[in-house]
Design a protein around this ligand. Structure first.
Ligand SMILES: NC(=O)c1ccc[n+]([C@@H]2O[C@H](COP(=O)([O-])OP(=O)(O)OC[C@H]3O[C@@H](n4cnc5c(N)ncnc54)[C@H](O)[C@@H]3O)[C@@H](O)[C@H]2O)c1
Ligand SMILES: [Zn+2]
Length: 363
């Protein structure tokens, strides 16, 4: 594995892997592949916004290291996570004689990671793959943990697998080209880690807001490393979302998914919906007498300082209620919520009356 000063191990026994975090990493992918997952052939999957310069740098590094390299550039956007694109990619793999000895590299945001990972999980009954995430959201969340998949019309992430990568390579310099709104959306998931399991990290974020806003490289490495450590810990305890441990990552997400569904996935970025969703969950916890108001206020203040939205959009309440009930976590009409008990700790609360959750939107 590459000699990187920052690395996180995802402890999954034989499926374990390392997350290497640093700068000028893309140029060294060839060397990394050689030490973590030797291959003669690589298929680099990316999207049109990431091709130049990032995916090209990766492809050149692989070629220099002597790998036969094929580059597949897909359209950007959530609609790329489709069965049509998966088929397109399966066919491309076939046409470039991809075999079990080949390696797939996903260079892009969560869309490319989820799709290329899904193709890696399914083509020839499973190929090794490397995640090279290029959005903050994918660096702190989607590239770690092995959930891969595609959407069905009207059902996000409905078809997929647990398929762990052979490694994750995070080059923070890729964030230099990321639009500000996408960057901020990723920060919502970073704040989430603080709230759900690490008060000290939350305080660190409160202290370093200005540096975070300016994308200070050292701070970026810190927050990405800590986020990956926290996610890796949960994934190692509950790889396939069976024990309930992994569910705490869904803090704010029942609300967020409802906002996204009701706005047709067009108005809010996922991270923006999560920011508002976390505040709703926290207000719900207040309603249920589980926390003091100050717990919500601290989150609201930090999110606002990071320029994330904090107020609930004016949405049809009946549709939101339907969305709560449709959420896969709903059971027997009542909904499960991940609710904070303080900054740094959350609990899974069953049997919440959806009407109570709706009322929290107006608090
Ligand atoms: N597998 C998981 O565990 C998991 C977890 C969370 C989210 N997800 C999935 O991740 C997806 C969202 O990921 P995302 O937010 O990264 O979205 P994305 O992949 O659509 O990327 C956002 C936008 O940024 C562009 N982009 C990416 N990197 C760039 C860069 N370095 N410079 C300039 N532009 C760049 C992309 O082309 C796209 O337009 C969703 O499909 C979601 O379901 C998966
Ligand atoms: Zn999320």
């Amino acid at each position: 594995m590459i000699d990187s000063p920052h690395s996180v191990h995802v402890d999954l026994g034989p499926r374990g892997y390392r997350i290497a975090i640093g700068t000028a990493m893309l140029e060294r992918v060839g060397a990394l592949v050689d030490s973590c997952c030797p291959a003669q052939h690589a298929v680099v999957v990316t999207d049109e916004n990431v091709e130049q310069p990032h995916a090209m740098t990766v492809a050149e590094s692989l070629q220099t290291a002597g790998l036969q390299t094929d580059l597949v550039v897909l359209p950007s956007g959530e609609s790329t996570k489709s069965i049509e694109m998966a088929e397109n990619l399966w066919q491309r793999c076939l046409s470039v004689e991809t075999s079990r000895q080949s390696l797939i590299l996903a260079v892009g945001g969560g869309v490319i990671g989820d799709l290329a990972g899904f193709v890696a999980a399914t083509y020839a009954r499973g190929l090794r793959f490397l995640q090279i995430p290029t959005t903050l959201l994918s660096q702190v969340d989607s590239s770690v943990g092995g959930k891969v998949g595609i959407n069905l019309p009207g059902a996000k992430n409905m078809v997929g697998a647990f398929w762990q990568p052979s490694g994750v390579l995070i080059d923070t310099a890729t964030l230099d080209t990321l639009p500000a709104r996408e960057y901020r959306a990723g920060l919502a998931e970073v704040v989430k880690y603080g709230v759900i399991m690490d008060e000290e990290f939350f305080e660190y974020l409160e202290r370093t807001t200005d540096d975070i806003q300016q994308r200070n490289p050292a701070i970026l490495i810190d927050i990405i490393e800590r986020s990956c450590q926290l996610k890796a810990k949960i994934v190692a305890e509950d790889e396939r979302e069976e024990s309930g441990q992994r569910a705490i990552l869904n803090y704010g997400h029942t609300f967020a998914h409802a906002f996204e569904a009701v706005t047709g996935y067009r108005e809010l970025l996922h991270g923006e919906a999560v920011a508002i969703g976390m505040l709703c969950a926290s207000r719900l916890a207040e309603r249920l007498g589980r926390i003091d108001r100050v717990v919500t206020e601290r989150q609201a203040e930090l999110l606002a300082r990071l320029d994330l939205p904090t107020s609930v959009p004016p949405l049809d309440r009946t549709k939101l209620l339907e969305a709560f009930r449709r959420d896969k976590k709903a059971e027997g009409g009542n909904v499960r919520f991940i609710l904070p008990s303080r900054i740094g700790e959350v609990e899974l609360v069953e049997g919440v009356d959806p009407a109570e959750a709706l009322a929290a939107l107006d608090d």
